[in-house]
Design a binder for this molecule. Sequence first.
Ligand SMILES: *[C@@H]1O[C@H](CO)[C@@H](O)[C@H](O)[C@H]1NC(C)=O
Ligand SMILES: *[C@@H]1O[C@H](CO)[C@@H](O)[C@H](O)[C@H]1NC(C)=O
Ligand SMILES: *[C@@H]1O[C@H](CO)[C@@H](O)[C@H](O)[C@H]1NC(C)=O
Ligand SMILES: *[C@@H]1O[C@H](CO)[C@@H](O)[C@H](O)[C@H]1NC(C)=O
Length: 479
Amino acid sequence: MELKEGGKFTMCFVVLIFFDTSLLEVGGIGVNWGTQSTHPLPPSTVVKMLKDNGIQKVKLFDADPNILDALKKSGIQVMVGIPNDLLYTMANSFQAAQKWVAKNVSAHVSSGGVDIRYVAVGNEPFLSTYNGTFESTTFPALQNIQSALVKAGLGNSVKVTVPSNADVYESLSSNPSDGDFRANIRGLMIQIVKFLSQNNAPFTVNIYPFISLYEDPNFPTDFAFFNGFSAPLNDNGKIYDNVFDANYDTLVSALNKNGFGNMPIIVGEIGWPTDGDRNGNLQLAQRFNQGFMTRFIAGKGTPMRPGPLDAYLFSLVDEDNKSIQPGNFERHWGLFYFDGRPKYQLSIGSRITGLVGATGVAHLPKKWCILKPSANLNSDQVAPSVSYACQNADCTSLGYGTSCGGLDVRGNISYAFNSYYQVNDQVDGACKFPGLSTVTDRDPSTPDCTFQIMIQTDSAGKMGSLRIIQFVFLFLVFL
Ligand SMILES: *[C@@H]1O[C@H](CO)[C@@H](O)[C@H](O)[C@H]1NC(C)=O
Ligand SMILES: *[C@@H]1O[C@H](CO)[C@@H](O)[C@H](O)[C@H]1NC(C)=O
Ligand SMILES: *[C@@H]1O[C@H](CO)[C@@H](O)[C@H](O)[C@H]1NC(C)=O
Ligand SMILES: *[C@@H]1O[C@H](CO)[C@@H](O)[C@H](O)[C@H]1NC(C)=O
């Protein structure tokens, strides 16, 4: 099977080499396509954007039929995901796993055309902060899905994997060569890795240098990037001048140590956010992602695995409805804003020199909801209004070191009101903060801070009216 495909590819290679050298990048870079947005782009628009940018691989967090339909015959390779909340069911019922595979893999593959390569079973299920919630279900779910794939005749073409956070392994010294799986799940990880190995499946890991910097104010900034670091780590002659290499090789050591030195590794998520934190901005995100892409394109791996990397950038577009439990930056990981505008210049292929934005995107009218110039800031409605707006929309660009962190008090309030108004599709009732708000057609944005306008979505009207009811109710309570 493998051999046959290899042969086919070589032939194409010979023909194509004269036409399009970009296709030489086998597989190329992948991207994560998350959909936790109040105003997601239509799937067909996103697929066109992927193609326009030469992106040939996507990783999804579930198996949305509209997205899979849009990917049909696109030539894009797909990793579909099973969310953590389905693991229990998949673990406890082989029938449920079979149904999942039938509905969410077989149906799309056989109807002519989604190139599904992987099923991601869970998403970082062993994250320390989950306190072991998915520890007993992930492995049986993985086994059931694998058996279901085999039974469906997809055992060779679709591989299972478990995208894991880098916290599933550790090094007790600071040396990558001392890496091993996290003590409290070591036995489980070895069982899983053994199972993946038996089924020719890869290990998938998410590596986040940004989080190293976010969690430790003393973390040396330059060590997070790929431009060299003045005090590199020397691990028995192997030199580490960036935390990505050190982290990746800690995993390589963990695999080596337990007898799986040849297991393929996929970097399931890697990226840098552009807002919501003092280290989340366009400059640092560009620096990190370009640094990563340059070595990726050059086929440069790590000191222990010098060959080409397999990786998926996190992420494609911003998602304004993601939980901000990890931090306000969580809604700002996109290479593109929510509406498909590129955020900064980035070369993601040897031929591709800049990101290409989404086309045919329809925004709502140029209208904003702001604090009335005459509004009394001492009104006791101000605090509950802002808090309500922020809870139900997105104020993660406000705060120290963020894009709108320079606004004054009035600007802050306007920002919150506008976010709520836009998330609610500019319906009149969403700009009725008692005695405080007004709609304007003059853009309140500043050079650093964009007062966003949402895009048109199908569900606009319905959601809007539902929210107005909640809104009116809230102010009755305050009166
Ligand atoms: C936002 O997320 C919440 C909870 O995760 C969900 O209940 C809600 O429907 C989502 N809203 C939109 C507009 O997608
Ligand atoms: C297919 O995947 C979707 C999205 O994750 C999920 O809601 C649905 O339950 C799955 N279908 C089956 C039959 O398991
Ligand atoms: C995990 O445990 C901590 C501390 O006991 C608790 O604060 C947190 O809410 C728990 N998280 C989950 C997802 O259960
Ligand atoms: C604006 O709002 C943010 C977030 O709510 C807050 O941290 C900041 O102090 C506010 N700035 C002013 C000038 O009120």
